[in-house]
Design a protein around this ligand. Structure first.
Ligand SMILES: *Cc1c(COP(=O)(O)O)cnc(C)c1O
Length: 495
């Protein structure tokens, strides 16, 4: 695998096959815009004021002050005309709705699963899985944790073992599948702890390391090892669509397979597939699919208890119709290539300008490496959080801090410094145009050229849990005023 380069596999991309006469290499949208939302771009003085009002926490910004919202890809992807049309035929009945049957049939067609347990979103599916399989002393091996996943497992006294390959946590790499399991470590963990492991969790498009995929080969190996040891395989398929695209374009042995064939090979290797439909299927909601009746029956009663009746599970039937169509569209390479190709474009443009980013580009968004962007800001002064505030001031662009602020303090109150300080700029699917992405690149480049002006942050209100959602901070100096003055000097009266 070491000699893979993601650049080699660009050729097979659906979008990138369209060559420009001028030789320019840009992703061409294979959709047109039918509904628009007007955006406001407030001036730099207002942006500095707005981030102050928000306690320098991008979660607390108001949407009216934001130009490009790159906080997340969750529940904010653009829907297609077919999805919106399907929402109109939703069958709103408490039990036995035709909408549920259509969704279950679509899952059967794609994953060959006979049973589906609906849930109101991805973390609710995780709650059901954890309540069924996790108790004190349980160990759940996984390539990498996700915040809500880990919370449900540890809440019940279980423990997470992360087994991603070493390359996975390196910020710059050319490895095409940074989300792969380290199979040797998986085998030795199983040897030691076999009876404490009910299932192995395989996270497609590994979120917290930058939307990085696993290879089909690695998925199959994990499944083989699990089955030899009588352990279940559970896929978190929330980010499967990007992973499918990367398997098709980066894995030599899969380049002639269809997206549907690859999906079927993955689902054949899994006992349970769960997902957040805020991401997979471009809608809202979630659920758990399986081929096995025994597993279905084991989890079934938790759905009416915590979610809603078995044929809606807390979701609106309109969202379920949109999800069924969205899942169908996920099998279309032209549809699923849009996110990764825009992210790759943004990442490549930033690299050309010398900006430190996570490579290779993954599926969720573009990630700036704050430790290299602003080495003058010590980790105790939250570089990723500072960079999030600075990027907002520079361009009205909202990203998400993924660094020390997102960690929790040690029991004794000491700061737990994160292993990486990243600013995630998510790319909701089919939402932004290329000129908006170019604008983001331009403002980030300006910021990079003025990086010595950026300083740190300190907490003024620090909640003891989930501080990244609600915490408030202030700058450690007047660096934000300096940044505004420099912006005015360079851009005149431009917004
Ligand atoms: C978003 C996400 C979840 C949680 O889903 P929600 O719908 O937000 O509850 C779980 N796993 C992964 C990998 C995710 O990206």
């Amino acid at each position: 695998m070491g000699n893979f380069s993601y650049l080699i596999f660009k050729k097979g991309d659906a979008m990138a096959e369209i060559k420009f006469y001028t030789g320019e290499n840009i992703p061409l949208e294979l959709h047109k815009v039918k509904i628009v939302q007007k955006l406001d771009l407030v001036d730099v003085e207002r942006r500095a004021e707005a981030i102050r009002e928000a306690g320098n926490n991008t979660f607390l910004l108001k949407n009216k002050d934001i130009f490009l919202d790159m906080l997340t890809d969750s529940g904010v992807n653009a829907m297609s005309d077919r999805q919106l049309a399907a929402m109109m035929i939703a069958d709103d009945s408490y039990a036995g709705s035709a909408t549920f049957t259509r969704l279950t049939d679509k899952l059967k067609e794609i994953f060959d699963t006979d049973y589906f347990l609906p849930a109101h979103q991805g973390r609710a599916a995780e709650n059901i899985l954890a309540m069924t399989y996790v108790k004190k002393g349980t160990i759940i091996p996984m390539n990498y944790h996700f915040t809500t996943t880990k919370a449900h497992i540890t809440r019940l006294g279980g423990r997470v073992e992360e087994l991603v390959i070493d390359e996975g946590v390196k910020t710059t790499s050319s490895h095409p599948f940074k989300g792969n399991f380290d199979l040797d470590r998986l085998c030795s963990l199983i040897e030691r702890e076999r009876e404490n492991i009910p299932f192995i969790r395989i996270e497609a498009g590994t979120n917290l390391i930058g939307g990085q995929p696993l290879s089909l080969e690695n998925i199959k190996e994990v499944s083989r090892i699990a089955r030899e040891n009588g352990i279940l395989t559970v896929m978190d398929a929330s980010l499967l669509q990007d992973n499918l695209y990367f398997i098709k374009t980066r894995e030599e042995s899969c380049k002639d397979k269809s997206i549907r064939e690859i999906t079927r090979e993955i689902s054949d290797a899994m006992d349970i597939i769960y997902f957040s439909a805020r991401k997979l299927g471009f809608a809202r909601g979630g659920g758990i699919a399986t081929k096995r009746k025994d597993l279905y029956l084991k989890m079934r009663e938790l759905v009416p208890m915590f979610e809603g009746f078995l044929t809606y599970g807390g979701m609106s039937v309109r969202e379920m119709e949109a999800m069924a169509v969205g899942l169908d569209e996920t099998m279309d390479e032209d549809v699923i290539s849009q996110g990764p190709l825009f992210i790759e474009y943004m990442t490549d443009e930033l690299i050309k300008n010398g900006v430190p980013v996570v490579t290779p580009p993954g599926g969720l968004g573009c990630h700036l490496n704050a430790l290299e962007f602003i080495p003058q800001v010590r980790q105790e002064e939250y570089p990723a959080g500072s960079l999030a505030a600075a990027v907002y001031i520079a361009g009205g662009i909202r990203g998400m801090e993924r660094g020390t602020i997102s960690e929790q303090r040690e029991e004794d109150g000491r700061e737990h410094l994160a292993s990486v300080e990243l600013l995630r700029l998510a790319m909701p699917r089919r939402v932004f145009t290329l000129s908006q992405v170019k604008y983001a690149v331009d403002r980030i480049k300006w910021l990079y050229d003025n990086r010595e002006l950026i300083g740190g942050l300190k907490f003024v209100e620090e909640p003891s849990t989930l501080r990244f959602f609600f915490g408030r901070l202030e700058p450690t100096s007047d660096w934000q005023d300096k940044l505004v003055r420099k912006f005015r000097k360079d851009f005149g009266d431009s917004l």
